[in-house]
Design a protein around this ligand. Sequence first.
Ligand code: FES
Ligand code: FES
Length: 176
Amino acid sequence: MPKTKGRGVLKAVDGKIAVVININGVDKKLSVAPGEYLLDALRREGYKGAKKGCDNGDCGTCTVLLDGKPALSCMLFAAQAHGRKVVTIEGLGTTDKPHPIQQAFVESGAVQCGFCIPGMVLAAKALLDENPDPDETQVRRALDGNLCRCTGYVKQVEGVLLAAKKLKAAKKGRKA
Ligand code: FES
Ligand code: FES
């Protein structure tokens, strides 16, 4: 029976567990199987930005924010997210109105096939929320669980550093 962080023990009824997960700011009631992974539940609900790469905790493409921290959704049961806040890439920006981190990735040429990008952007967001002025080593450390098959990571590191500048400028009401 899945235990949830400080939220008691959930019970399965007819093989399903009723959970409430705050996804991108909205409380969603989901019916999940006890062994269903968060990644599968999210994708089933239409949050396809969380990508299934290795499905084994190795590549980072399934990264979401769980209570503000990067988490591998392929390694967490959906029931473990009960009562918690999940942010997927759909919660950041849109094509028309990208988040500054997404904009910075595009401007830096960090996006090739794009498969790794949602996870990278969310890992970057967690870093910049905690440390608005990271150095290159800190950026590399924050992204080191996110594999990319297309790039040499240089552009993505540049993207995060540019995003930091953009976010700082936006705070001050300037353009970066
Ligand atoms: S799909 Fe989750 S770490 Fe690769
Ligand atoms: S841009 Fe293709 S895997 Fe990273």
